[in-house]
Design a protein around this ligand. Structure first.
Ligand code: SF4
Length: 390
């Protein structure tokens, strides 16, 4: 894992936390983050019917919002794999939890599958950012697949912690949501040691073999405040509870929640752009509501209910870590067209995090570039691997 200056939107953040935005696309989001071809993007936009409504006077944009370093890296991996090896590139599960991203990558030659038995033997397969159990790696090996692992390095860190505590004979209480892909993957790294709990009530009931050899881990995308309560319950029951140096909730989840919490103080309504299966997006809505603000999750601008805006003077806008920035741009443009006169970004925490591509993919992409193969595709590979820290 490496952390360097992010080339994405965070680098454009102003030192003025309340700077006035004059343009519809103020953050210089890379164009490739919109659907690939102009026709595709226009297709999405023209197929959407954004309802008529009287927009609030003021729009506050949360910063940070949107793509985290793990999502950037996962999408880069699929794009560079397509450019380097050529389509089709199979991807196990949604590479990140956003259908727009998935559809866009499909148009470029990615093939999304649920399980590895749908991937032809010898083909290239990418594992999603949420991580997988070791059994999935073993199955891929048995089928002779070329694996590119897009697991976020911060999820890999949780996997390592699970294996470490299991090897020491600890019972591991994993705080997370049953059935979430990340949780399924993490449990697979210590299947006999992990007990999954979802809330304080379950933490109060969980049974372990030895109360002096208990460790906790968490899913990376939980509510910071709720998780603190669950860990507090575990500590009361198991005073020598072991755990990671800090909890496993990742920097991006924490920063986006802090930004929404700040925004909620000045808004009557918060809209979070994200998918229903995106854990961190759903948590942002919960955080805004817990702060006393009306809040809704919207997959895109067309999902807006005009009734939400009644009596609202200031609306806050944020987006989950897997939501492309063009969805925010589209929503902000719709708000402007419908009467919003002021759009301000509220930067709560600056972010500068970037994760490098896997070494093998980076070297293969560089070889393609050096060989001049794949024409335009080589250009894509060059651009991605040439990023700072890439
Ligand atoms: Fe990684 Fe956090 Fe992003 Fe998940 S939300 S991909 S853990 S940085």
């Amino acid at each position: 894992m490496s952390e360097t200056t992010s080339p994405t939107w965070s680098s454009a953040s102003s030192s003025n936390p309340h700077r006035l935005l004059h343009l519809g696309h103020p953050q210089g989001t890379p164009a490739r983050r919109a659907p690939a071809a102009g026709a595709d993007r226009m297709g999405y936009m023209s197929s959407l019917s954004i309802p008529a409504f009287a927009a609030p006077r003021q729009v506050l944009l949360a910063a940070p919002r949107g793509y985290c370093a793990g999502v950037e890296r996962a999408i880069d991996i699929v794009e560079v794999a397509l450019a380097t090896y050529g389509p089709p590139v199979h991807v196990r599960k949604q590479i990140v939890h956003n259908l727009h991203v998935v559809k866009d990558l499909e148009t470029r030659g990615a093939v999304f599958v649920d399980e590895l038995d749908e991937v032809p033997e010898g083909a290239t397969v990418v594992f999603s950012a949420h991580g997988v159990a070791p059994s999935v790696h073993a199955e891929a090996k048995a089928r002779g697949l070329r694996v590119i692992d897009a697991t976020c390095p911060l999820v890999t860190k949780v996997h390592q912690e699970a294996r470490k505590f299991a090897a020491k004979g600890y019972d591991i209480v994993l705080v997370g949501h049953e059935g979430h892909e990340e949780v399924v993957g993490t449990m697979g790294h210590a299947p006999r040691a992990v007990h999954l709990v979802g809330d304080e009530e379950e933490a109060a009931r969980v049974e372990v073999a030895d109360s002096e050899r208990v460790a906790y881990l968490t899913q990376t995308t939980l509510s910071v405040d709720e998780t603190a309560g669950v860990i507090g319950t575990l500590r009361e029951r198991f005073p020598v509870l072991a755990g990671p140096r800090s909890d496993d909730i990742c920097y991006a989840t924490q920063n986006r929640q802090a930004a929404v919490k700040t925004l909620a103080r000045d808004c009557q309504l918060v809209l979070v752009i994200g998918a229903e299966n995106s854990s961190n997006s759903v948590r942002l809505v919960e955080v805004a509501r817990a702060a006393g603000c009306q809040a809704h999750l919207v997959s895109e601008a067309s999902s807006i209910d005009p009734a939400w805006f009644e009596g609202v003077d200031t609306v806050g806008v944020s987006s989950g870590a897997s939501a492309p920035e063009w969805l925010v741009d589209e929503l902000v443009a719709a708000l402007r067209e419908r009467g919003a006169t002021e759009v301000r970004e509220v930067e709560v925490i600056p972010e500068n995090v970037h994760f490098a591509l896997p070494g093998t993919l980076r070297r293969d992409a560089e070889a393609v570039r050096a060989g001049g193969a794949r024409g335009t595709a080589a250009g894509v590979a060059t651009r991605a691997v040439g990023r700072p820290g890439g």
